[in-house]
Design a binder for this molecule. Structure first.
Ligand code: FAD
Length: 293
């Protein structure tokens, strides 16, 4: 059987470094890296991967991803270009592509006077990755506004899931299909000035919790029910705890800072060690928020 690179030479690269496509800028290459140009091309690619039993992984903006130092086996797919990145107004809100940057969705919603998503300001990533991870905070989560999601199955077929067929949890969803192709949001009319005001407040609140001075920092753990992961890490005395180039942020201990030269191994060791110490100190089991490939 031909490899995926033989079958799709125009859109597949071999051993493409993944670090530049992620927020942390660390990690190894993908065995195969695909950037389909159309939905049909993506569907054919999925079908081929299923038939050849090649694992498929979707890469969004890479803001919730740690790529290990070793090569990632199988096919990494990035949704890039107008077929996957678009925003349009609908009678009840907005529809956009799974590869659309979240900030483009927010900018469009404010300009169109459509409210509901503005508290997500300052979050980075694509719409697909953000809906899958149900991003947000105490002020609101993206899942609350989702009306309908179009997904692709392993066999390349398109299916729609409506609100009543979707479950969103704490930084999670039951969207386990290989691809989130597009998302429709239910939004309400509101004046752009009022939306901007709320956006500014949300921006200040979000940025006050992030380790601002460091370009490369990622959230490590989900908040356990009724508790704050950062406070648990702090109470265990782990603020500024360090493993190689990876360090627990002093400003928000639920963030790992990657200093220049940090490896994925450093971050994995930091995550494991922090979870072990918190378990010993407070008996709470922290669950990783960061996806690891
Ligand atoms: C500094 C910083 C601050 C953050 N603050 C917050 C916060 O306050 N609240 C919060 O909730 N999150 C926060 N995050 C997490 C992050 O912003 C989100 O999880 C992010 O939006 C994920 O989107 P992405 O496109 O980058 O996905 P990626 O990180 O690329 O992928 C995440 C997961 O989604 C899957 N995926 C991506 N695209 C698709 C697709 N089209 N179809 C199917 N699956 C897909 C990937 O395979 C992976 O499993 C923060 C991250 C950083 C770095």
């Amino acid at each position: 059987m031909p490899t995926v690179a033989d079958a799709f030479p125009e859109i597949v690269k071999t051993r493409e470094p993944l670090a530049p496509y992620t927020h942390l800028k660390i990690g190894g290459p993908a065995e195969y890296f695909a950037q389909p140009r159309t939905v049909d091309e993506l569907a054919c690619l999925l079908k081929f991967c299923t038939a050849s039993q090649s694992p498929v992984r979707m890469l969004g903006g890479g803001y919730n991803l740690l790529i290990r130092d070793d090569p990632v086996s199988g096919v990494v797919v990035r949704l890039h270009g107008p077929a996957f990145s678009f925003v349009e107004t609908t009678p009840t809100g907005i529809r956009c592509g799974g590869g659309t940057p979240l900030f483009e969705l927010l900018a469009h919603s404010v300009k169109a006077g459509l409210g509901g998503l503005e508290t997500l300001v300052g979050l980075r990533g694509t719409v697909g990755g953000s809906v899958r991870c149900n991003v947000g905070d105490k002020n609101g989560e993206i899942g609350a506004c989702v009306r309908r999601v179009v997904v692709l199955h392993d066999d390349g077929t398109e299916h729609a899931r409506t609100r009543d067929q979707l479950t969103f949890g704490d930084h999670s969803s039951d969207l386990t299909e290989p691809v989130i192709l597009s998302v429709e949001f239910d939004l309400h009319s509101e004046s752009p000035a009022a939306l901007l005001k709320r956006m500014r407040r949300a921006w200040v609140s979000r940025k006050s919790c992030e380790p601002l001075s460091f370009q490369s920092a990622v959230r490590m753990f989900r908040n356990p029910p009724g508790q704050d992961a950062g406070k648990l890490i702090d109470k265990a005395g782990l603020s500024r705890y360090r493993f190689g180039g990876a360090e627990v942020s002093e400003r928000n201990p639920n963030y790992a800072i990657a200093h220049p030269g940090t490896t994925a191994r450093d971050i994995m060791k930091l995550l494991d060690s922090v979870a072990t110490h918190v378990k010993e100190f407070s008996g709470v089991e922290l669950r990783r928020e960061l996806n690891v490939w």
